[in-house]
Design a protein around this ligand. Structure first.
Ligand SMILES: Cc1ncc(COP(=O)(O)O)c(C=O)c1O
Length: 328
């Protein structure tokens, strides 16, 4: 069993910074019973050579979070810029010098019985040291899940809605108990949607193919990073189209992307080798590019990064520019 998070971590809760042990919600909280919350996942990578902690695309994460909260009619009273300030303060108070995962969560907080939500909303932000989520150094063995991905007309998969993660939990649990490292979920049409906590890419006939955002997937920010790197740095054609299950068995390369997993190559799927059954050249190349871009090694992509310790200006462009000059 994994250890619980350190109770002395400083978290942001109810508008204040406090130890994790003191940040508590009531047993009747609406979101606990009905899944009426929306969360985010953001990564920060520690770069030893620059003595800097680089947060990856926080502004976009907060924009996505606020937009997706709208689906459940949850209001977050701060702007994406103000949320970046909270995030920076949280990181500095914890004085992190390691890779970090940041988990903002907004939720319906009324404490009463009854599924219809009202207007009482709350939000919090937790950040904790976080290493590898899936250990994919040798590549993963993924299995197509017997569970189907939630449909847009049931619970929209494009938002990180707490209740929808029962679907991911069922699929992950099933996959692990069946000896797989990760689940791949199909949607109700039988098309490949995504992993339990990540998007999916397949390389076939020289193209990089990923399901469109209308095939019940989360509109991943790592997905966007990888598409940008593949197109700009490798000149690859990116195709967003539905993927059949059997294409997973005949493709050249397969990999998963997400804030927690980063880029994780899949070398076996449903007990069949993917390509040669080892990590392919494209995944290796993209892994290196993603690593370099997220650690501030590639000046073109420093605009994606917010430096925690050197950023003294407003988050976003100005901070990113400061990082650029201070690291170069
Ligand atoms: C179901 C699901 N799909 C995809 C992703 C990847 O999205 P992102 O790259 O924005 O983290 C996640 C992320 O956590 C996820 O939970």
């Amino acid at each position: 069993m994994k250890a619980d998070a350190d109770p002395n971590l400083i978290v942001y809760f109810g508008g204040e910074y406090m130890p994790l042990a003191e940040a508590r919600v009531g047993i009747l909280t609406h979101a606990l019973h009905y899944g009426t919350g929306v969360f985010e996942g953001i990564r920060a990578h520690w770069e030893e050579s620059a003595q800097e902690l680089f947060v990856l695309r926080p502004q976009e994460h907060f924009e996505r979070w606020k937009r997706n909260c709208g689906i459940l009619r949850i209001e977050i009273p701060l702007s994406p810029q103000e949320l970046c300030e909270v995030l920076l303060e949280l990181m500095r108070r914890n004085a992190f010098r390691a890779n970090v995962y940041i988990r903002p969560i907004a939720y319906k907080c009324a404490e009463r019985i009854g599924v219809a939500p009202d207007e009482q909303d709350a939000f919090a932000m937790v950040a904790l040291p976080f290493g590898e989520y899936l250990h994919a150094e040798q590549g993963l063995h993924a299995g197509v899940s017997p569970w189907r991905r939630v449909e847009d007309n049931a619970i929209p998969a494009r938002a990180k809605i707490c209740g929808a993660y029962a679907n991911s939990a069922l699929a992950s649990d099933e996959a692990r108990r069946s000896g797989f490292d990760e689940a791949i979920l199909l949607d109700e049409n039988g098309h490949v949607a995504e992993g339990a906590t990540c998007n999916i890419f397949m390389a076939r006939q020289g193209k990089l193919i990923t399901p469109p955002v209308t095939d019940n997937v989360l509109e991943g920010i790592t997905r966007d990073c990888v598409m940008t790197l593949a197109a700009r740095e490798l000149g690859l054609e990116i195709v967003e189209r539905s993927i059949d299950r059997s294409e997973l068995y005949v493709c050249d390369e397969l990999f998963l992307t997400g804030t927690a997993v980063g880029l994780a190559p899949v070398v076996r799927v449903d007990h069949r080798p993917v390509g040669d059954g080892v990590i392919g050249p494209l995944a290796r190349h993209l892994l290196q590019l993603y690593f370099d871009a997220t650690r501030g090694h590639l000046p073109v992509y420093r605009k994606w990064l917010l430096g925690v310790y050197q950023a003294r200006q407003k988050p976003g462009q100005e901070a990113a520019r400061m990082v650029e000059t201070s690291v170069a």
